[in-house]
Design a protein around this ligand. Structure first.
Ligand SMILES: Cc1cc2nc3c(=O)[nH]c(=O)nc-3n(C[C@H](O)[C@H](O)[C@H](O)COP(=O)(O)OP(=O)(O)OC[C@H]3O[C@@H](n4cnc5c(N)ncnc54)[C@H](O)[C@@H]3O)c2cc1C
Length: 292
């Protein structure tokens, strides 16, 4: 409507409301009382709502102190839901977290990293969510709370599909939890986009490898994102790597058949065939980095 127009502004069918509780219990009570849209940094929600009247009841969770911050217990790490990418990138974390911290520095650009949260990335469940592959190779768990209690799901079980998660309407993600990984675990993350920042991934890959004192690979985890509705681990490749002597030459073991479960699509960013080829190149580069 222009300023000079006298036409009445259509009222939303349901009035918008905005809640910003300071305590987790208040937030859970609000969620139990009726459907609310959880709002964290708003960097996924607001662009998705652009150009339309806001008819949602927002539950802004950014004032809840319990959801903030990173806790390191030995090598186990708990990342509060509203931890921003900037906070994650700057945190003193074990070497296994290099991949996740590299991803944090490549989400959007600085302004997005200052507002966007780890839980927002996971709950939005985009196939191109950069945080997901590094979290998958670290065996991340999603901690969910509701007025009914708490449950913990492996990230791979929480993400059900493109924009689909196992979260119930009355649940809040309170944290991402990472089990202790041995100090000899190294990880890396590589993202392919049309430019170096503010770009949706065409493909991204994360790898984490633990070597023993004898130099052999004890645990290997590789995940590929933006090539399937949900980022996928590559178990066949992981099995091939375990037990072998670590070295950059192992990267050549990655073969097209190891990526057979990927189902990339053609879109304006790249063709399925290009994505498949790029994924293999990134997997090999990522492994070279962690095995060198
Ligand atoms: C310009 C721009 C560039 C971007 N670039 C990238 C990029 O390079 N890589 C990338 O992965 N993403 C990118 N994004 C997307 C976005 O920034 C990230 O996904 C970010 O982590 C979302 O976090 P948020 O706190 O802003 O989520 P919000 O927008 O607040 O919420 C996202 C979804 O998660 C739900 N939600 C949030 N917190 C919780 C919670 N605690 N419990 C339950 N549900 C919750 C919300 O209801 C909503 O459905 C970009 C976005 C913009 C606008």
């Amino acid at each position: 409507m222009t300023e000079s127009s006298t036409a009445p502004v259509p009222l939303p069918t349901r009035a918008a409301a905005y809640h910003r509780p300071a305590r987790l219990e208040q937030a859970l009570e609000l969620l139990a009382a009726g459907p609310r849209t959880v709002l964290a940094g708003g960097t996924d929600l607001y662009p998705a709502a652009a150009g339309r009247p806001v008819r949602l009841e927002f539950l802004d969770v950014t004032a809840i102190e319990e959801l903030r911050g990173i806790r390191v217990d030995g090598d186990a790490v708990t990342v509060g839901a509203t931890t921003t990418w900037t906070e994650l990138a700057r945190a003193p974390l074990p070497p296994a977290f290099r991949a996740l911290q590299a991803a944090a520095r490549q989400v959007g650009a600085v302004q997005i990293q200052n507002a966007g949260t780890v839980a927002g990335n996971v709950c939005n469940a985009s196939p191109a969510a950069d945080g997901v592959p590094p979290m998958l190779v670290l065996d991340a768990e999603v901690v969910l709370r509701s007025a009914r209690g708490e449950r913990v799901l492996p990230l791979a079980g929480f993400l059900l599909g493109n924009r689909r998660t196992a979260r119930q309407a009355d649940e809040l993600v309170t944290a991402l939890r990472f089990p202790a990984l041995p100090a000899r675990t190294r990880s890396a993350f590589l993202k392919l986009g049309h430019r170096s920042s503010l770009v949706i991934s065409i493909v991204m890959v994360a790898a984490a490898v633990e070597t023993g004192g004898d130099g052999a690979v004890r645990r290997a985890a590789v995940a590929v994102g933006a090539c399937s509705p949900v980022a996928l681990r590559l178990p066949a490749l992981e099995r091939k790597l375990v037990g072998r002597r670590a070295g950059p030459d192992l990267a050549a073991l990655a073969a097209p058949e190891d990526l057979a479960a990927l189902t990339p699509i053609d879109d304006l960013r790249g063709t399925a065939a290009y994505r498949r080829e790029a994924a293999l190149v990134l997997v090999r580069r990522c492994l070279t980095e962690v095995l060198s």
